[in-house]
Structure formats: structure tokens, C-alpha cells
Write a protein that binds this ligand. Structure first.
Ligand code: FES
Length: 175
């Protein structure tokens, strides 16, 4: 806008021929700036789908870790309350109703969604509110260096029988 105003003021002081060249220079300058902007687009940097989260011993029994919630959108859960098995798994922080982010309420031992009130046990299984199914697990394994590694490209749904998949949990006795 400032360039156009400048061109108009300058044009009032010049001959028509000089004004035409000035206008052409102004338009060329604007086009060049537009091209330069096009060459450097905004880039959205997504977090990696695979990441290490430390050793299993960082995750004590019957506790939910919020450590990776904000950065990677997962809770790390270590519990023996799902079918009596001692397991560590990574739960997605996406509510299975309409996609809000629940909170882990330690005092009430449940995940609670602020949007419409769905509640999930520490296992991830839904028990109150409109959520139609459990939270989803994502991939978890012990990497070659002994650290736990989450893989968010893998999803596991309890209602599809996918929580028996050995890549959806790690043996909690390793903690
Ligand atoms: S989005 Fe979680 S209860 Fe609706």
C-alpha cells in the first residue's frame, strides 16, 4: 500500500513517460516480492511419529504419566487393572467422542473429558458420558538400546480386539 501511495506522489512530480516507468518498476517490485514469498512457504513441523520415552523403570505401577501429553499427545500408563495383567501402554489423548483432550484426574483415578463429560478408567475403557468406545492405544516397544519407544503411526482399538497385539503394550514387570 505504501509503495502504491509513493508511486502516485512521485508520478505527480514526473512527466507521463517517467511516471509509466516508475509504475512499471513498482509493479515489478511487488511481483518480485510475491515470488520471493512463494519460494519460502510456511512450513508446519509435525512431531515425529516415533520417539523414545526413557526406560520402563520411569513408569511406576498404577500411575499415569502426563510427561508426553502436550508434546506428543500420549499418556504412558502402567497398570495391572486391565484383565489382571501388569502392562505398560501408551494411550492417545484424543477423546473417542468428538476429539477433545481429556485430563487424568489422579484423585478420581479416571480420565475425564471437559467437553461432554466422558470418563475413562485407567485402562482407557470408557464408562460414563457419550464416548462410544475406549481411548486408543498407540504402538509401544522396547528398542534395541533398552528404552521404551512409542510409535504413533500404529493404532490399537480395544473394541476391535487389537489390544492383544504385542506391539500395543510392554510387559510391566520390566519396570
Ligand atoms: S469430546 Fe470428549 S466427551 Fe465429547
Amino acid at each position: 500500500m505504501l509503495i502504491i501511495i509513493g508511486v502516485c506522489i512521485w508520478g505527480a512530480l514526473l512527466s507521463p513517460f517517467a511516471m509509466a516507468w516508475t509504475a512499471l518498476a513498482g509493479v515489478t517490485g511487488i511481483a518480485t516480492l510475491g515470488t520471493a514469498r512463494f519460494m519460502f512457504p510456511n512450513v508446519l513441523v509435525e512431531p515425529p511419529s516415533k520417539f523414545k520415552i526413557g526406560p520402563a523403570s520411569d513408569y511406576p505401577l498404577n500411575a499415569v504419566s502426563n510427561k508426553w501429553k502436550d508434546q506428543f499427545g500420549v499418556w504412558i500408563v502402567h497398570t495391572d487393572q486391565y484383565e489382571g495383567k501388569d502392562l505398560i501402554y501408551a494411550l492417545s489423548t484424543v477423546c473417542t467422542h468428538l476429539g477433545c483432550t481429556p485430563s487424568w484426574l489422579d484423585g478420581e483415578q479416571k480420565f475425564k473429558c471437559p467437553c461432554h463429560g466422558s470418563g475413562f478408567y485407567i485402562t482407557g475403557v470408557n464408562f460414563e458420558g457419550p464416548a462410544p468406545r475406549p481411548l486408543e492405544r498407540v504402538g509401544l516397544r522396547i528398542a534395541e538400546d533398552g528404552m521404551l519407544e512409542v510409535d504413533k503411526s500404529m493404532k490399537f482399538q480395544e473394541e476391535m480386539g487389537q489390544w492383544v497385539d504385542a506391539t500395543s503394550f510392554v510387559d510391566g514387570s520390566l519396570a
